[in-house]
Design a protein. Structure first.
Length: 158
């Protein structure tokens, strides 16, 4: 068994209704693309009453940075995300609105908090969704795949 880390979040509504923690996904894959928050169904965290994409949270080393809609950093990461590019933050950090890490922060009238949960997962084959842009960089000797839809394949490392 291998210990795996997963990103969680909690939300408290404007009426002070707190929802139980929910998982967003495996730590590295979740933070590598960032987390979008808004009312649009395509967001990672969908909350009514917000702008379609109200905020994006990105990881920079061990910090989690909040970019609210309208800020220069938000526009940069929103464009990248819309184009399917997820540039790692590697020292050139766009100006951010707030460092949220694992504390409470507001988006609109909602209070959110990120967390982590650890679970033992069986070793061996693990299926991961990879963007097509990465497929050509990987040696096909070590990668298995299967079709999961008309325009989508699921790849895994052997």
């Amino acid at each position: 068994m291998a210990l795996q880390c997963y990103v969680t979040f909690t939300v408290t509504s404007p009426n002070d209704d707190a929802m139980p923690p929910r998982e967003l996904g495996e730590f590295h894959s979740t933070w590598s693309r960032g987390i979008s928050i808004g009312s649009d169904a395509g967001c990672d965290v969908v909350l009514s009453g917000l702008a379609p994409v109200a905020a994006i949270v990105r990881a920079a080393s061990n910090h989690k940075l909040l970019y609210r809609h309208g800020s220069p950093g938000f526009e940069q990461y929103y464009r990248e995300r819309s184009a399917g590019r997820y540039t790692p933050i590697d020292g050139r950090i766009a100006p951010y609105d707030e460092r949220v890490d694992y504390r409470d922060f507001y988006v609109g009238d909602y209070v959110l908090r990120f967390g982590e949960v650890y679970r033992d997962e069986p070793k061996g084959r693990k299926k991961v969704r990879w963007p097509e842009s990465l497929i050509n960089r990987v040696s096909s000797r070590h990668v298995g795949s299967t079709s999961v839809g008309p325009n989508e394949r699921l790849f895994w490392c052997d």
